[in-house]
Design a protein around this ligand. Sequence first.
Ligand SMILES: Nc1ncnc2c1ncn2[C@@H]1O[C@H](COP(=O)(O)OP(=O)(O)OP(=O)(O)O)[C@@H](O)[C@H]1O
Ligand SMILES: [Mg+2]
Length: 200
Amino acid sequence: MNKFITFEGMDGAGKSTHLTWFAEALRARGHEVVVTREPGGTPLGEQLREILLHQPMSIGTEALLMFAARLEHIEQVIRPALQAGQWVLSDRFTDATFAYQGGGRGMDWAKLTELEHWVHADLQPDLTLFFDVPVEVARQRLSANASLDRFEQEQADFFERVRAGYHRRVAQHPQRYALIDASVSLGEVKSKLEQVLTSI
Ligand SMILES: Nc1ncnc2c1ncn2[C@@H]1O[C@H](COP(=O)(O)OP(=O)(O)OP(=O)(O)O)[C@@H](O)[C@H]1O
Ligand SMILES: [Mg+2]
């Protein structure tokens, strides 16, 4: 049975690094795999991503635009692919909104839960790979990157809250997550993900 799998964790955790080979490994098993990302994943979503990553705005606007891009993404990409029997791998999804807008920015958790119910009450990832990493490690990995976006420019305390936000989500639905210690070497992270692959 095809699955909807999301990759979560803070900036620099290693999501994008591992997503590509993970998708290839599924294709090698004969599955059709759609690789997508949030915010983004559709032409409108990518335009909203540009605004979200670079333009200052209020916290509520930020959360609403994230969910607006997500609704488009679900309707245009995720649901059609799942209905066609394809696997969907998304680089971030709703957990990131709880972590960044809820944890990081302090937006009311219950309000985000209402938006989640409105936008996708009947859809959740089958599996979420949560790349967990201490803030300092993630920051060091990002520091090589010249141009930081509006989120990446935030300070360490913001990312501590983001990490706590992710953990709060995991605690609410632990069975949906595979917790990946992403602080170890690339090879070690990869072998953990290979173990996950054998179980799906
Ligand atoms: N386990 C690891 N050990 C050392 N370096 C790593 C590890 N995982 C990723 N990196 C490096 O850290 C940087 C950030 O990784 P990557 O872009 O995959 O993170 P990301 O989770 O996708 O971040 P973002 O949310 O900002 O897109 C890259 O240069 C990558 O090569
Ligand atoms: Mg990435």
